[in-house]
Design a protein around this ligand. Structure first.
Ligand code: BES
Ligand code: MN
Ligand code: MN
Length: 466
């Protein structure tokens, strides 16, 4: 891009400010804003206040919005009446850091390893969403104004399934949040240097299954064989959920509302340069597995899944203890695709679990989290603006991708605001989100900032108008 680049002024400033942006990101990552852990509630709040301060420093009017739980941070600059308004969404909360002993550096002491900044929250989502704010700050500092209006809504409960933002967005009904498009950077690019437009996220149904047998733990010799063992029953129930031969989920009705992959999706996913062997190697498995009839990308992006996330009960200490445990349990996640309905699937799975349980045990199923899937239209002027901003910054045309993860509020934004949502992630597939040694690629951080700056200019100046 030459001097004709309308964003050249801001891009120059971004280059000069790189060191200070990195320092700001490091400060952000030092705050252990773990939303699921009540012991960190004070840190979560401190993080919200830090962000509010950074929004003000960037030139926004900002405020912390208190909720019944963790606060949200809202900021806006509305100095261009009549111009489009862009709503940026992100989350400042992070996952717990455990297992701690697997980190190469303390998780909240951000450490550079070459170009990679290692810290909890580096890619998910502090680094990615800070890029939005830094781009806006650079523009305001360089020009004293923006080409469009902007709003920021950054929440502190995304990682713990909190419902505060959902209530806020629904009650607000597009007043405070009225916008012409929403921008979210909380996902990955398909490959290093390969910009990607994400158009599908899975939904999530998360269940806890509790199983009970005798009123107390029993001697496994005295009572074994005469009493139903809740853990034997649990193993049987869990095994009944999936067919090991085909990888299919065996719950009646599970696939009823699944929208099949379109031909163009199978074609485009199939054309992506995906290295199965490298993928398997990076996660440390000797072979990949899944539903028959689908490729790895199709399974991960567009087919529903059912997985045991945790399982407990009985004796787990050193040595042998002969015991029939009185109780046990498991946590199950189902990743849902359009048009599966989390409530309907919850009812179907609960009915299956109850049918599969032997009469001599009792089970209890609790829904811990239920989020719908999303598929977004990948066309229109905002998508074109994003495509150009990505292509100009990264020097490659973006590819269209789906993902297996969930960002619960995205479906609500699309439904309530009725505007396009641009899901433009700057992470990498090996960023280890939710895992030890999470990291963010710093060149991607800077390019993320550049992309957002270009996006705002491009939204303000569609080529046909200027
Ligand atoms: N940023 C992720 C979602 C994501 C992951 C999108 C990978 C695209 C690719 C988000 O922070 C996340 O972890 N979501 C949770 C949602 C849950 C806690 C309700 C998830 O997907 O498990
Ligand atoms: Mn995230
Ligand atoms: Mn996450």
């Amino acid at each position: 891009m030459s001097s004709q680049d309308p964003t050249a002024d801001v891009l120059g400033r971004i280059d000069r400010e790189r060191e200070s942006y990195l320092a700001t990101l490091i400060e952000y990552l030092e705050i252990p804003s773990i939303s699921t852990d009540p012991a960190h509630a004070g840190d979560v709040r401190r993080c919200a206040l830090w962000l509010e301060e950074r929004m003000r420093a960037a030139g926004l009017e900002a405020r912390v919005i208190n909720t019944g739980h963790h606060p949200m941070v809202y900021g806006e600059w509305l100095g261009r009446p009549g111009a489009p308004t862009v709503l940026f969404y992100g989350h400042y909360d992070v996952q717990p850091a455990d297992p701690l002993e697997e980190w190469r550096h303390p998780p909240f002491t951000p450490t550079l390893e070459g170009d990679q900044l290692v810290a909890r929250g580096a890619t998910d989502d502090k680094g990615q969403s800070l890029a939005h704010l830094l781009a806006v700050g650079a523009m305001l500092a360089e020009r004293g104004e923006l080409p469009v209006n902007v709003k920021f809504l950054v929440e502190g409960e995304e990682e713990s399934g909190g419902g505060s933002i959902e209530r806020f967005v629904r009650e607000d009904r597009g007043q405070t949040l009225r916008a012409d498009c929403v921008v979210v950077s909380d996902s990955s690019m398909f490959a290093p240097g390969q910009p990607s437009l994400l158009y599908g996220l899975k939904g999530l149904l998360y269940l806890e299954l509790k199983i009970r047998g005798p009123a107390r733990d029993l001697h496994s010799g005295t009572y074994g064989g005469a009493v139903a063992n809740p853990l034997n029953a649990l193993a049987h129930i869990l095994a009944s959920l999936r067919d090991p031969a085909t990888g299919r989920v065996l719950v009646d009705g599970f696939y009823d509302d699944v929208r099949p992959l379109e031909d163009w999706e199978r074609r485009e996913f199939g054309a992506l340069p995906f290295d199965e062997a490298a993928y398997a190697r990076e996660i440390g498995v000797s072979a990949l597995a899944g539903e028959h009839g689908y490729t790895t990308l199709e399974r991960a992006w567009a087919r529903p899944t059912l997985d045991v996330n945790g399982i407990w009960g009985g004796y787990r200490g050193p040595g042998a203890k002969t015991v029939l445990p009185a109780s046990g349990g498991a946590k199950l996640s189902m990743r849902l695709v359009p048009d599966q309905d989390p409530q309907k699937i919850a009812a179907a799975v609960t009915a299956h679990l109850e049918r599969a349980a032997p009469v001599a045990v009792s089970i209890e199923v609790e829904v811990l989290s239920a989020t719908g899937p999303v598929l977004i239209e990948v066309e229109g002027p905002f998508v074109e603006a994003a495509t150009e901003a990505l292509a100009d910054t990264w020097g490659a045309q973006p590819v269209r991708v789906r993902e297996g993860g969930s960002i619960p509020i995205v479906a609500t934004f699309a439904e309530v605001l009725q505007v396009p949502v641009l899901l433009m992630g700057f992470g990498l597939a090996d960023d280890r989100l939710h895992s030890p040694n999470e990291k963010f690629d710093i060149p991607h951080f800077y390019n993320g900032i550049r992309t957002i700056a270009r996006l705002l200019d491009r939204i303000a100046q569609p080529p046909e108008a200027g």
